[in-house]
Design a protein around this ligand. Sequence first.
Ligand SMILES: Nc1ncnc2c1ncn2[C@@H]1O[C@H](COP(=O)(O)OP(=O)(O)OP(=O)(O)O)[C@@H](O)[C@H]1O
Ligand SMILES: [Mg+2]
Length: 256
Amino acid sequence: MNPPRGGGQRSPPSRNGPAALIDLAGVARRYRLGEVTVTALADIDLRIGEGEFVVVLGPSGSGKTTLLNLVGALDTPTSGRIVVAGTDITRASRRELAAFRRRSVSFIFQTFNLFPGLSALENVAFGVDVSGRERDGDLVARRMLEDVGLGDRVHHYPHELSGGEQQRVAIARALATRNPILLADEPTGELDFRTGVQILQLLHDQTHVSGTAVVVVTHNREIARVADRVVELSSGHVVSDAANPGGPAGFAELTW
Ligand SMILES: Nc1ncnc2c1ncn2[C@@H]1O[C@H](COP(=O)(O)OP(=O)(O)OP(=O)(O)O)[C@@H](O)[C@H]1O
Ligand SMILES: [Mg+2]
């Protein structure tokens, strides 16, 4: 992997600027549990543009995973409108949503969601095959696994890999799809510091290489230092949304 370095600064897309890749307006997600209503997200307005590296920061239970699930059309909001990569996913048909999930958004899940019966290579090649962007899934998958430092684990099954290795397979699978939006839920949660920084660098590079919008959610404030922009969530509300003052820190400056 390349040595860590910092990234360029971009300002958030303005309300009147070019169309955002991700656009949430007045979005809320509430859960009814018997007599009780849990508000996971309330009144969220958020626009994210092409090539932005955004960190969504918030404590456990603040609504981070809920937000990613809504953007990826894995869940539907109780109210509000969500337009992602030109598709209004709050109004789309099942058929449109199926195409959207395949071609627009790649997920790195908090719980990895690897297929237990597929090897590391097959798990990653599955991502390539679903998106349909590359012909030789195995070749791309092997390259991606090398990029995340797992070139010598390609034929291992998930139960033969450590937690951090499984997380890196999930990251390789998401990267291999080459979709324009990458959503990463605590992508360094299982990783040691050095590997974590390398993975963040790899995610960050996607914004420059292919203009991917990368959204990383985490409770780790240190990770937010390398973002172009930091959105803070607290109890389901956006409490701040701003570029890092003085620009993003270099990856070599991180410690946790
Ligand atoms: N299916 C559900 N039914 C009821 N409440 C839910 C459900 N899913 C999430 N919640 C609640 O919504 C809130 C936000 O949950 P979410 O998983 O988005 O938090 P998070 O910020 O990702 O937390 P963590 O850092 O622990 O992963 C929590 O209070 C949670 O209990
Ligand atoms: Mg979560």
